[in-house]
Design a binder for this molecule. Structure first.
Ligand code: SF4
Length: 94
């Protein structure tokens, strides 16, 4: 038993090189997935829809189709105040 032949050494290097590259790729994909969850690109920014923390007349988030209890919205990113309002308000049918 002694040193492995050169071809075995190269194969091992390639194997570990490929494995390391694969792990780096997997990590990059996991980071991207986490970022996608943290900020859903399909949602709009509050400043783009003139969101405000106060109701507008008798309209507020609690009465909107897009509101999700307790404090989020299907179309606007971030937490929203149940008493808030924005341009995308859509009244829940009575
Ligand atoms: S008023 Fe705007 S922020 Fe509030 S729930 Fe409706 S769409 Fe979302």
């Amino acid at each position: 038993m002694g040193a492995l032949p050169m071809s075995s050494t190269i194969s091992r290097r390639r194997f570990f090189g490929t494995a390391t590259g694969g792990m780096a790729l997997a990590s990059a994909i996991a980071v991207q997935a986490h970022r996608a969850k943290a900020s859903d690109a399909s949602q709009l920014r509050k400043e783009d829809v003139r969101y405000q923390d106060q109701p507008k007349g008798e309209q507020d988030c609690r009465l909107c189709k897009n509101f999700v209890t307790p404090n989020s919205c299907r179309v606007v990113s971030g937490a929203v105040n149940p008493n808030g309002w924005c341009l995308l308000f859509q009244a829940v049918p009575k």
